[in-house]
Design a protein around this ligand. Sequence first.
Ligand SMILES: [Zn+2]
Ligand SMILES: [Zn+2]
Length: 83
Amino acid sequence: MKYIEFTTPDGSIYQESKIVFADDLRKCECCEEPYCDICDTHYSDCDCLGPSNAEEEGWSLVERDNVLYAIREVTIEANFKTD
Ligand SMILES: [Zn+2]
Ligand SMILES: [Zn+2]
C-alpha cells in the first residue's frame, strides 16, 4: 500500500492513501482481471485500500476534488522513529 504521512499543526500524525477502485486499473493481459501496477499484482491480491475494505481496516474515507482518500491518525506508539 502506498500512503503519505503528514502532521497537522496540533502535532497529530495522519496517514493518507488514495482509494483504488478496480475500475481505475488496467486489465491484466493474461486473465483480464484488474491489475494493480502499484503493487505489481492482481487487484484481488494487492494490499491497496479499496472502497469496501478501508473502513474495516480502521480508515476514514474522505473525498477531495472528486477523489476518494482513506485517512487515519497514527498513534505515537505505532510510529517509533529513531532519528
Ligand atoms: Zn492475470
Ligand atoms: Zn495495489
